[in-house]
Design a protein around this ligand. Structure first.
Ligand code: 6PG
Ligand code: SF4
Length: 610
């Protein structure tokens, strides 16, 4: 099937817009790759001796030679994220598999990983977005030892994969392969979890009942099973060809997961400078890969956080994408997956019904993905229409199912859940924003109601508890942007807003902050740019202003007389409380330097983008 004309047009526009930066980036990548075909050859004997002093002799003898690939392991293991806890076992498997394949692997460095579930609604959430950039910097620290010929990146959750990707692309001369751990097995249904939360918010059940319900949902190792940012990350790594095919949603602590992990080391050796398929990630990931990432996000109803992370990742490779690109692609990309919050199913159900191999084959067949892209398996995204299995213990791949195992979860391109991807660019006199409607019922997609303005999500919850919000209203939560307080997710508002919506009130949220990938049923125009602290017009909104949030037309406006609106002063507010507590002291430089949400909210002044 010929490539859809919108994909061609958007891709061509991105290529043209990016040309100068992309050419400069590729020149740097090629120079680095040429300079040190084998990185450690540039080191002195003293450097080298330090680098492998603690290694066993079986590794040392290889590291003294240059013809054997040395793989960097960069891992985000910790016990705080259920999704990352299984990574503890991976380095030993990777080292064994590398050695058996005639290469070596060293644990190059760890990167931090924050759990947005633990910090949701807490002060720690104000470090979350910036932790992405700390992870990118930590990746650079690990790889700065110049000992490596390819890198294996171990990470899963929200900010971790985007941070590792920014780091990997900054070392674009090195081949990269991402190694996931996989989802938790299914617990109680996500809808059931949400129902108990609403009962708790209404005071109808106590903390014991709530904690019991939450523990039945989040009950073991692996990624939380809703289709939020973490699982959207795994989808992206698959559709960008950075995982082994079908690796995204195989559960941890299974024979297949271990086999896939070991095979990742073997493939890492193959794509390294000494291998038969040298694949520097900075060359492999190009404009077509980034368009494929956006298509995958839209076709699966992925997390709104990726309207920033994909922008930031692309910039690390000299590629310039914006929300107009997302919006135009969304108009032609069908929704093929309904996983919570966009449906009742979880990612285990999605995977069992056919998973990523099915989605990629369907989109390729419909001309809705670029097939001619680089991947860790070689040229061509068709490698990723397969799924892994164990044939008497031997890892093999077979074609993804021809038909969906459950068409309430996964549909073919010929019969999608909706003709568009459910992500919309919002614009008007309040600013530019994004809204995801794949989880919003059609009757809730247009809200015109008076504004109730808050500068803190807890103030809105307090008003809810006092019974002051039993009405049609648009909650305007501002001073939540990257420069104000690190742009936290305001997902704690979801139960209260859902209750009011279910009571029949027309409610919507407008914020320069973020929502979780697990949010969704209430219309929310988020990531409003410019943010209030940067003089954005969201800072002009007053209680009682009529606000229109129209997810059909993309209108986000305060229906205020134009002359009055122009004459209004920006509201100022004291934000000094954001500077202290829970480590926020250490992130002031990130807040001061952060870009707008549409520029990916990057906190380091990347020289290529100044
Ligand atoms: O973007 C995301 O996917 C969220 O940040 C997610 O990682 C976070 O854990 C949510 O808070 C989970 O949802 P609950 O808070 O409803 O469990
Ligand atoms: S999906 Fe969210 S809540 Fe679950 S482990 Fe990852 S960051 Fe934490």
């Amino acid at each position: 099937m010929a490539l859809h004309p919108t994909l061609s047009a958007v891709t061509d526009r991105i290529v043209a817009r990016s040309r100068a930066r992309r050419d400069a980036y590729l020149a740097r990548v090629r120079a680095a790759a040429q300079q040190g075909r084998v990185e450690r050859a540039q080191l002195s004997c003293t450097n080298l001796a330090h680098a492998f002093a603690a290694m066993p002799d079986t590794v040392k003898i290889h590291l003294k030679e240059e013809h054997r690939a040395n793989l960097a392991i960069v891992s985000s293991y910790n016990d705080m994220l259920s999704a990352h806890q299984p990574l503890a076992a991976f380095p030993a498997w990777l080292k064994e598999a590398a050695l058996a394949a005639g290469a070596t692997a060293q644990f190059a460095g760890g990167v931090p990983a924050m759990c947005d579930g633990v910090t949701q609604g807490q002060p720690g959430m104000e470090l979350s977005l910036f932790s992405r950039d700390v992870i990118a910097m930590s990746t650079a620290v690990a790889l700065s030892h110049q000992m490596f010929d390819a890198a294996l990146y171990l990470g899963v959750c929200d900010k971790i994969v985007p941070g590792l990707m920014i780091g990997a692309l900054t070392f674009g001369h090195l081949p990269a392969l991402f190694v996931p751990a996989g989802p938790m097995t299914t617990g109680i249904a996500n809808d059931e979890k949400a129902k108990v939360r609403q009962l708790y918010a209404e005071g109808k059940v106590g903390r014991d009942a709530l904690l019991e319900s939450e523990c039945q949902s989040y009950h073991g190792p692996g990624t939380c099973t809703f289709y939020g940012t973490a699982n959207s990350n795994q989808m992206l790594m698959e559709i960008m060809g950075l995982h082994l095919p079908g690796a995204a949603f195989v559960n941890p602590n299974t024979a297949l997961r271990e086999a896939l992990t070991r095979a990742a080391a073997v493939q890492g050796k193959k794509i390294a400078a000494q291998g038969e398929q040298f694949t520097p990630v900075g060359e492999m990931i190009d404009e077509k890969s980034i368009v494929n990432a956006i298509v995958g996000l839209l076709a699966t109803g992925g997390s709104t956080n990726h309207t920033m992370h994909i922008v930031a990742i692309a910039r690390a490779a000299g590629i310039d994408v914006n929300w107009d690109d997302f919006d135009q692609l969304s108009a032609v990309i069908p929704l093929l997956v309904r996983a919570y919050p966009n449906g009742k199913a979880d990612v285990n159900h999605f995977h069992a019904a056919g998973g990523m191999g099915f989605v990629i084959r369907e989109l390729l067949s419909a001309g809705l993905l670029h097939e001619d892209v680089g991947t860790v398996m070689g040229r061509g995204l068709s490698h990723f229409t397969q799924e892994p299995w164990l044939d008497n213990g031997e890892l093999k791949w077979r074609d993804a199912p021809a038909v969906s195992g459950d068409d309430s979860v996964l549909r073919p391109a010929s019969n999608p859940f909706s003709a568009d991807g459910g992500l919309k660019l919002m614009a008007g006199n309040i600013g530019r924003a994004v809204i995801k409607v794949s989880a919003v019922k059609p009757e809730h997609r247009v809200v015109e109601a008076p504004a109730v303005v808050f500068h803190d999500q807890n103030d809105m919850l307090a008003a809810f508890k006092r019974g002051e919000l039993e009405k049609d209203f648009v909650a305007v939560i501002r001073f939540q942007g990257p420069r104000a307080n690190g742009m936290p997710e305001l997902h704690k508002l979801t139960p209260a807003l859902t209750i009011l919506q279910e009571r029949g009130f027309k409610v919507a949220l407008v914020t320069d902050g973020r929502m979780s990938g697990a949010s969704g049923k209430v219309p929310a125009a988020i990531h409003v740019s410019p943010e209030a602290l940067s003089g954005g017009a969201i800072g002009k909104v007053r209680d009682g202003d009529l606000i229109r949030v129209d997810a059909h037309t993309g209108e986000l406006s305060a229906l205020v007389d134009a002359a009055e609106w122009a004459a209004r002063e920006q509201v100022q507010t004291d934000l000094s409380h954001n500077d202290y507590g829970m480590g926020r002291e250490l992130f002031a430089v990130f807040r001061h330097g952060a870009d707008e949400a549409e520029a990916g909210a990057m906190s380091f002044r990347h020289p290529a983008w100044n």
